[in-house]
Ligand binder design. Structure first.
Ligand SMILES: Cc1ncc(COP(=O)(O)O)c(C=O)c1O
Length: 362
């Protein structure tokens, strides 16, 4: 590690262990109450934690995770970050941004996971930013499995090592060390402080649940801070049975990583696949409705892959008086907004189906 790189790494104690962190977040993303979608027709208040505003590379939840991967890469003297993701992956885009900020190279493997997409999907939105950040792009065919994606990362790393480079691989599979989730353990503390400052009684937390690091980190962080708030993960890629097993496994690994394996058990893991719709990267009329309602009733932009689904889950939660027990829902906005510019055709279709009325949901 060069002197400049090492001076940018700090050590953070989480649970019973210390971790290197390279700061990448700008400030503290705000907690905002939705003025128009809250409280109407018996709906509970909705607070949005604006993690779409984490700053680096157009922000999102990945910035918090990259602080810990980049911190470890620098601490180990690595010179290149390697990551895999869907063609329009936000993780990949923020990794490319973090590499630039930290003075590292970046190799990206793009997985062709969403069928039937147009040229704008392949070159616009996040892909444009990956290229702008100077990352080297690799491609994985549509039929590849999650195991193939992991093997592909290792092959890229082996090739770089053979050329004398020092690659750092960011693996997202549930069996790997969930280092990125440390960012959401810290975020949980931040959120509890913001809730206390706002003086609002929150009774439910809702987030998207994909690779699972955000969900697992948030849940573990709340328990570590002594909070019993329930966290519902809205499935965006896998069904509820698969996702429950995945989050339980990641929470186990995360608990061991921080030396607190006692914090989260399977009964504490809540997931719903009610909003998964036709599958990853595709929306149902209900999730498009949530996407349009956020834009047209609040001016709040969501993305068409993750937060369209998780926000539909947040609205449904706020509409369930039994679950809310007179409190407010905290919805975690995880970002993803560059994908808006790669899903133009799908958004056009949703707009045509919704018609001109300003309020497709209610
Ligand atoms: C915008 C956005 N929201 C939510 C998620 C899901 O987060 P996680 O992978 O931590 O479950 C992702 C992950 O790719 C994302 O890009």
């Amino acid at each position: 590690m060069t002197a400049a790189a090492s001076s940018s790494v700090e050590t953070v104690r989480i649970g019973n262990a210390d971790f290197p962190r390279r700061r990448l977040i700008s400030g503290t993303p705000p907690l905002e109450r939705l003025a128009n979608l809250s409280g109407r027709d018996g709906r509970a208040p909705i607070l949005v934690k604006r993690d779409d505003l984490t700053g680096l590379g157009l922000g999102g939840n990945k910035v918090r995770k990259l602080e810990f991967y980049t911190g470890q890469a620098l601490a180990q003297g690595c010179d290149t970050l390697i990551i895999t993701g869907a063609v329009q992956s936000n993780y990949v885009r923020v990794t490319a941004a973090a590499a630039c900020a930290a003075g590292l190279d970046c190799h990206i493997q793009l997985e062709d996971r969403v069928a039937g997409m147009d040229a704008g999907y392949r070159t616009g939105g996040n892909v444009l930013l990956d290229r702008l950040y100077g990352a080297t792009l690799h491609h994985l065919p549509a039929e590849a499995t999650e195991a193939d994606a992991d093997a592909g990362l290792d092959a890229i790393a082996d090739d770089l090592r053979a050329k004398g480079r020092r690659p750092y691989v960011i693996h997202l599979g549930a069996a790997f060390e969930p280092r990125g989730a440390l960012g959401y353990i810290l975020a949980a503390r931040e959120i509890l402080d913001q809730i206390a400052q706002a003086g609002v009684r929150v009774t439910q937390v809702v987030t998207a649940s994909g690779s699972g690091q955000t969900h697992s980190g948030l849940l573990t962080g709340l328990r570590l801070a002594g909070s019993t708030l329930p966290v519902t993960g809205v499935c965006v890629r896998r069904d509820a049975v698969q996702q429950h097993a995945r989050i339980t496994q990641i929470c186990g690994n995360l608990g061991r990583l921080i030396g607190r394996p006692d914090l989260v058990g399977p009964d504490d893991v809540i997931v719903t696949d009610r909003f998964l719709g036709p599958g990853y990267g595709k929306n149902s009329p209900e999730t498009w409705g949530a996407f349009l309602a956020a834009a047209r009733r609040e001016g709040l932009l969501l993305d068409p892959v993750y937060t369209s689904k998780s926000f539909a889950g947040g609205l449904a939660m706020a509409d369930d008086p039994d679950a809310m027990a007179g409190g407010a829902v905290l919805y975690l906005h995880t970002g993803g907004l560059p994908a808006l510019f790669a899903y133009e055709a799908a958004i056009d279709e949703a707009l045509a189906a919704a018609g001109p009325q300003p309020e497709p949901e209610r």
